[in-house]
Write a protein that binds this ligand. Structure first.
Ligand SMILES: Cc1ncc(COP(=O)(O)O)c(C=O)c1O
Length: 408
């Protein structure tokens, strides 16, 4: 088939990204993982970089779970027992015992009636939000919500869509007042942790507003929180933004197994009737495979660690390293944002300087993510560091030393 004319258009689209400086381009390929040794945490070798070992400060693996030998063993054991993949969707013959055990354990962990797993948190959000939105529903969403929420709303057909300014409770209340005259159901949806900045949603206040206006909607006002960056990394026992803010009354909680859990996949927890309904109506549950039995077994292992003294120790170490890094940044005269999440933004507020600093770090073996417009608003250009329980004091001090040497 001729492809020429379309090829030209696609090439033009790519050239446009080059021109705007927003093309992600070639990805770094990790060829070797060097395990933690002595005073150093894990290091990574990249294709084309020879034996230069990189310190990862841009991973969502906040607790360092992905390299833990007991989780690798749990995944291996389940894989031997059940095979490398589920071989079918859940309701055909793709449901294995570790899937069911994990769903129960996640519900218990979050003190909810029931849980349900998906192949990713992205798939979970789409699969939860789309079936809950009717043509009589108002959806109300924070402007900085993750792309999966934005696309889920695009895929659905709400009666009304309200986007409020980031964390703006007055804006949220106005949206509820407007929706009350038109819609039968209202869904407020927010990230728990906003991953670009590491700040969190004021969940108790959001729930209070939902309760204030609930009687005006025949099918209730419900609150949906995607706490993919929060669970495992935030709150005293790793139960995320709900625990940190002491929120009760969040109706639907979504999170990922692919960040602090160190594995892969996503899940939702909530009322039994909600989960029963979603099993009958979520396209990505009905028509798409679940995670592998091995991934489910490894995730069960993560939960076990999280609920043990070992997990508490990892969380403590993570936040000790976060504080060491943050204090160090401030001492060096860098600007950061307040917050207790292991996402630590270094505010540069200038595009060329951000690029130069990322390059400086990379040259010295540190992986960190530069965030430029349009990913973040103009003026908010920054470098996102993500602290992990894998990091040692030596690693943090090395990163600070490299930052101190930057002559921007
Ligand atoms: C808020 C939020 N939701 C969902 C996701 C996607 O998670 P997953 O990789 O499990 O699809 C992310 C990841 O960046 C996220 O930050």
């Amino acid at each position: 088939m001729p492809f020429e004319r379309l090829s030209n258009v696609l090439a033009q689209n790519l050239a446009e990204l080059d021109k705007q400086g927003t093309r992600k381009g070639q990805e770094s390929v990790i060829t070797t993982v060097i395990r933690a040794e002595g005073e150093k945490g894990p290091r990574y070798l990249l294709k084309g970089e020879g034996d230069k070992a990189f310190l990862k400060m841009n991973s969502n693996n906040y607790l360092g779970m992905s390299l833990r030998p007991e989780l690798i063993a749990a995944e291996e054991q389940a894989t031997r027992q059940y095979g490398v993949g589920p071989g079918a969707v859940r309701f055909i013959s793709g449901t294995y015992e570790p899937h069911v055990r994990l769903e129960h354990k996640l519900a218990t962990f979050h003190q909810r009636e029931a849980g349900m797993i998906f192949s990713s948190a992205y798939a979970t959000v789409v699969s939860v939000i789309v079936p809950l939105i009717t043509t009589e529903t108002a959806i109300i969403s924070d402007e900085l919500n993750h792309n999966c929420i934005i696309n889920a709303i695009r895929l659905a057909r709400p009666k009304e869509k309200h986007i409020y300014k980031h964390l703006d409770l007055a804006g949220l209340e106005t949206s509820l007042q407007r929706a009350a005259t038109n819609s039968r159901r209202a869904i407020i949806v927010t990230d728990g942790i906003f991953s670009m900045r590491g700040d969190h949603a004021p969940l108790p206040e959001i729930v209070a507003l939902a309760q204030k206006y609930d009687a005006q909607f025949p099918e209730n006002v419900i609150v949906v929180v995607d706490d993919s960056h929060g669970v495992g990394a935030f709150g005293e026992t790793g139960r995320g933004s709900e625990e940190f803010t002491q929120a009760t009354g969040v109706d639907i909680l979504v999170a990922t197994l692919g960040k602090a859990f160190g594995v892969n996949g996503g899940y939702v927890v909530g009322k039994q009737v909600l989960i029963d309904y979603l099993r009958e109506s979520s396209a990505m549950y009905i028509y798409s495979n679940p995670i592998t039995p091995g991934e489910a077994a490894a995730s069960l292992g993560t939960l076990e660690i999280l609920e043990s003294a070992k997990g508490q120790g990892l969380l403590k170490h993570l936040h000790k390293m976060r504080l060491r890094f943050k204090d160090g940044l401030v001492k060096l005269g860098y600007e950061t944002l307040s917050g207790a999440h292991p996402v630590v933004p270094l505010m540069v507020r200038d595009t060329p300087k951000t690029a130069a600093l990322v390059k400086h770090l990379y040259k010295r073996g540190i992986l960190a993510t530069g965030l430029n417009y349009p990913v973040v608003p103009k003026g908010d250009q920054s470098i996102r560091f993500q602290i992990s329980a894998d990091h040692t004091a030596f690693d943090i001090d090395y990163a600070l030393e490299v930052l101190a040497a930057f002559k921007g």
